[in-house]
Design a protein around this ligand. Structure first.
Ligand SMILES: [Zn+2]
Length: 271
């Protein structure tokens, strides 16, 4: 991008870039980003050349403040030393001294977040809270949403209501870290769905801890030969099935060995 354009054109560029990054333009002060990231020149024109670091700083600065009821993600440490990503809604703002605001919160220091899958809520600095939407890529291109669909009309139904209404999916939310996704119609696409998908990933990770430890300590287990019997599986087969289902969790060394194993299997199948 280069050249100088009107504020209208710059607004469009900003909104498109925010959307492409999976952010909600409505959560940002667009005029503020335009001012900081696109230097105004004489005559009211704006530069549309974009510096990545300046852009990031402007976006962080001009995010609208959190509000009550916002769906956010926090990091929770478990008793056995693991960290988990939990999602929930902001239910209270607190002052630096922990006090509760009587009126409207001014520059709140901490927040209390109600968590769905935890015994207690989460109380911590606002700086450690991430908007849930930042963890997801939101896709609205029909082609991308329905790519690879094998049904008779090549369209995925909405996961929630599609089986009764036959509504096609219009939005796809992709969890960035894992690639796990959900396809929904506009009506069913809510912040709660983001939290639900995020928690699914969290439960997969919680249930996989044992496997991750085993493959970290003995990565070669993933290449163990298959069982001769049709009715039984070797440990290697079980590990490989797990790795195919949850590729983002496979420890690095085991992932390398598995990639090489697949390469070799392909070569000997082609020979
Ligand atoms: Zn729906």
């Amino acid at each position: 991008m280069s050249g100088y354009r009107s504020i209208r054109a710059v607004r469009n560029v900003i909104e498109e870039t925010l959307t492409a990054e999976g952010r909600h333009p409505s959560a940002y002060n667009i005029a503020g980003i335009a001012r900081d990231a696109f230097t105004a020149r004489g005559g009211g024109g704006y530069s549309t050349s974009l510096d990545v670091e300046v852009w990031r700083a402007a976006v962080d600065k001009h995010r609208r403040p959190f509000g009550l009821g916002d769906t956010v993600r926090v990091v929770v440490s478990t008793k056995d030393g693991h960290t988990e990503h939990h999602y929930g809604r902001i239910s209270q703002f607190r002052k630096t001294n922990g006090g509760i605001y009587r009126g409207r919160p001014v520059k709140p220091h901490s927040v209390y977040v109600e968590l769905d899958h935890h015994t207690s809520g989460w109380l911590g600095p606002l700086a450690e809270v991430t908007p849930a939407v930042d963890d997801f890529e939101i896709v609205r291109e029909w082609r991308d949403i329905h790519q690879g669909c094998l049904s008779w009309d090549s369209a995925y139904r909405c996961l929630r209501c599609g089986s009764s209404s036959y509504k096609s999916a219009r939005v796809m939310a992709v969890h960035r870290a894992s690639g796990q996704r959900v396809r929904l119609c506009e009506e069913c696409f809510t912040d709660d769905e983001l939290g639900r998908l995020g928690h699914e990933v969290m439960f997969y990770e919680r249930n996989s801890r044992q496997t991750i430890t085993e493959l970290t300590e003995n990565p070669e287990l993933i290449t163990e030969a298959a069982c001769d019997s049709y009715y039984e599986k070797s440990d290697g087969e079980v590990y490989r099935e797990w790795a195919d289902a949850f590729p983002w969790m496979v420890p690095v060394k085991a992932a390398e060995l598995y990639a090489a194993w697949k390469e070799q299997a392909r070569a000997s199948a082609g020979a």
